[in-house]
Each structure stands twice: as structure tokens, then as C-alpha cells.
Design a protein around this ligand. Structure first.
Ligand SMILES: [Zn+2]
Ligand SMILES: [Zn+2]
Length: 169
């Protein structure tokens, strides 16, 4: 994590590390908006998580509601897409027991949820985001956003490539 960024999703679960196996605690997140990485702001981030002590570390499960910014592949307008993040993750403790690439409980029992929340958010980004199912896209002739109204270009079924040829000759 780079220097300028301070995670607001760091929680001290030291008390759980000391607790009996199986002990759990519910935490509620309610951020109107929060920066989880230098390249990712989530608006909002809300939900309940259950945090449990297991023999391998601290297990976190629950659902968070948020929204990711996506660019519509049809009209190229950026829009906010509501998504649900499913957390179902073990943070290993002590950290040395973690398999390569797994999350760990940090020093003094701190867990930073930012990397996990960022990863889950990016996974929710669709490959072909569409702002609304009836998005009209851009006019192939003049490039106008057809959701904002008719651009006035001809409405006939002429192949737009042929239309361009028509203009050339
Ligand atoms: Zn669109
Ligand atoms: Zn047009």
C-alpha cells in the first residue's frame, strides 16, 4: 500500500485472538462514502459482518452493499452500478501459517479490510457494463448519445458503413 493512503477499514480484532475458539462478534459498516484504495472510492459501503475466532485465525463473513463506477459500452457514459460484496474469508493467524497469497491478521490483531473489499469490488465489475437495459447507445453517424434524444440523422435501415460511402461519392 502506498504512502499517501490511510485505510479507514482497519479494525482491531486483538480481543478476538485472545477469545475462545468459536467466539464471534458482529460489526456494522455504514460509510456514506469511503476510499478503499487510491484508485477506488465506494459510495456507499454498508452492511453487517460476522467476525469469528477459528483455530486458523479470524474468519469474516457477511454482505456489504456498495456501488462501482462503470462505463457503459453502448453510450460510453460513466454510471454507478449497485453491487453486493459477499465476504467469506479467513485471515490467518499467526501470519506465518498463511498459504501464499492468503490474507493475514496483521500486527497487534489489526485487520485491514481494504484490499479484500477492493478485490471483491473489482470482481463485480461486469465485462460489458450497460447503463440500462434499453440504452440506445451512440448514433453511428454523428456520435450523439441517443438516450438524450433523436440526433436527426436518417432513421432508415441503411448500413452505416454504406452511408459513409454514400457521403464519399
Ligand atoms: Zn448506456
Ligand atoms: Zn446522429
Amino acid at each position: 500500500m502506498s504512502k499517501g493512503f490511510h485505510s479507514r477499514l482497519r479494525f482491531n480484532f486483538g480481543f478476538l485472538l485472545e477469545a475462545t475458539l468459536g467466539e464471534s462478534r458482529d460489526i456494522e459498516l455504514d460509510y456514506p462514502d469511503i476510499r478503499v484504495a487510491e484508485d477506488l472510492q465506494l459510495t456507499p459501503l454498508r452492511g453487517k459482518l460476522r467476525v469469528s475466532r477459528t483455530s486458523e485465525g479470524i474468519y469474516i463473513e457477511g454482505e456489504l452493499a456498495t456501488a462501482v463506477l462503470a462505463e457503459c459500452v453502448r453510450c460510453l457514459v460513466e454510471f454507478s452500478l449497485p453491487v453486493t460484496l459477499q465476504l467469506d474469508d479467513l485471515f490467518y493467524y499467526p501470519p506465518s501459517t498463511a498459504p501464499q497469497g492468503e490474507y493475514v491478521v496483521g500486527e497487534n490483531g489489526f485487520i485491514d479490510l481494504s484490499p479484500l473489499v477492493r478485490e471483491l469490488s473489482l470482481l463485480e465489475l461486469p465485462m460489458q457494463p450497460i447503463c440500462k437495459s434499453d440504452c440506445q447507445g451512440l448514433c453511428q453517424e454523428c456520435g450523439a448519445n441517443l438516450n438524450e434524444g433523436d440526433c436527426g440523422c436518417s432513421d432508415d435501415d441503411l448500413d452505416p458503413r454504406l452511408a459513409i460511402l454514400g457521403k464519399l461519392f
